[in-house]
Design a protein around this ligand. Sequence first.
Ligand code: ZN
Length: 276
Amino acid sequence: MSADGPCRGLSLNTATVRQQWTLKEMIPACRHFGFTGISPWRDQIAATGLGETAQMIEGEGLAVTGVCRGGMFPWADAAGRAAMLDDNRRAIEEARTLGAECLVLVVGGLPPGSKDIEGARAMVAEAVDVLLPEARAAGVPLAIEPLHPMYAADRACINTLGQALDLCDLLGDGLGVALDVYHVWWDPMLSAEIERAGQRLLAFHVCDWLVPTRDLLLDRGMMGDGVIDIPAIRRQVQAAGFAGHAEVEIFSAETWWTRPPEEVLATCRERYLTAV
Ligand code: ZN
């Protein structure tokens, strides 16, 4: 029933139209606009219900290219550590139920009041080490998403692909990386680290870096509207062995979140074909 036929390799990260649509509205729309994958956020899964989400996605024949997100590991005290582990265990279970290709990990920044970024990174390693056997048993690969260094304090103290891969080397099987062009495009080591990543590339997120970027979180651009050479990065990840979807993930408070969602998805599709 697709307007233009399936567009193989195109996935929707549901943050892209989160202001306009519920997950229940997005799932059939994905297929209508030719997306063959979806990556839902956990608050949207909770609002719809896990069972119904799984059923709807399966009914539309969409691949689940990720679940967003687990992580936020560094803790302030023992209660915080326990709550963090519980939440991540629920995230693993949700990803398992949805048959997700990975659970995306945004690892978290500094605990409140802390200036110890190395300590925060050690907490990330410790938490992933605890959770990894459980994720392996559930058949859910964990994908560390390095975030741009501007988020080091509050969202992720893992900021480069190299850092994420060092953690993968340390902790072993079942752990990989989610590469988001918005976060890593500037990295002079990017090509080498993509090659190093190889089979550990578990997800590929696309949007664009606008000049100027007016808001560090909520002003991501549509592919083709910014300065990232997305096709060059895509060629590299494919050459490294990644055969999965390109997942469009655009947080855009003043532009794409204000447009009709049908226009957003149609534009994603068009730009996927011309700018990814
Ligand atoms: Zn991302």
